[in-house]
Design a binder for this molecule. Structure first.
Ligand code: HEC
Length: 199
């Protein structure tokens, strides 16, 4: 037994030898860290995409924004227009040959007031009319009669403010008053009876 450390006679305390961390543990640790990073990357770092980044673009986000005032009226009006009127007048408002005249640039739509205009979907219209220089002689039933006051107001606001048209908005109260003045079974309008009404 000649080991100095174990010899009580030598007078030195036993020491624990310090050794360097073996290289392989470092490699294993770094590899784990690296793989962990990849795992996090592929799993959104555990943040749910649906919660933290649910939209792909601005249009998608906009579709979820609550609309107010004029924007709401236009959005609602577009929807009703396209389901009730667009089939004949076209979703682009330029009309369809043999089906219905244009609303874009129509002198029946871009008037200062909307009294005459509102009478058309509430009472219907038939007989010869001239729209933007073109002659028509067909008939349209009271296509707006089944719509609520607010819905029809939005439709008219939409057609007065779209496709280059720049006329003012129509409110539900306006439609309510005009509907009441027409009674339950209004006579279809003609170009002449419309002309006789205040604009
Ligand atoms: C079934 C087809 C049809 C549908 C649906 C229809 N219209 Fe018409 N509309 C016509 C026709 C046809 C005329 C022309 C009537 C005539 O010759 O006297 C007309 C004329 C008009 C006019 C006057 C002329 C013009 O082009 O400016 C307005 C305004 C109008 N429609 C608005 C509406 C609105 C608002 C709706 C929806 C609530 C609607 N129409 C739905 C067929 C349709």
């Amino acid at each position: 037994m000649s080991d100095e450390n174990s010899s009580p006679k030598s007078g030195t305390e036993p020491t624990a030898a310090r050794s360097h961390l073996p290289m392989w543990t470092l490699v294993v640790l770094l590899t784990l860290l690296y793989l962990g990073g990849i795992y996090f990357d592929h799993h959104s770092g555990w943040f749910d995409r649906q919660v933290y980044a649910p939209f792909d673009n601005a249009a998608q986000l906009d579709a979820y924004q609550p609309k107010s005032g004029a924007a709401a009226a236009l959005a609602a009006g577009k929807k009703s227009y396209e389901s009730v009127c667009g089939t004949c007048h076209g979703n682009d408002g330029i009309g369809k040959a043999g089906q219905a005249p244009q609303l874009a640039g129509s002198e029946y739509v871009i008037t200062r007031g909307f009294n005459r205009l509102a009478h058309i979907p509430l009472a219907g219209i038939n007989g010869p009319i001239k729209v933007a220089g073109k002659d028509w002689n067909m008939a349209m039933a009271a296509m707006g009669m089944a719509l609520s006051d607010a819905d029809l107001a939005n439709v008219l606001t939409y057609i007065r403010g779209s496709w280059g048209n720049k006329a003012g908005e129509v409110t539900a109260e306006d439609i309510k008053a005009i509907r009441a003045s027409l009674g339950a079974r209004p006579q279809a309008m003609t170009a002449e009876t419309l002309q006789a009404l205040p604009e």
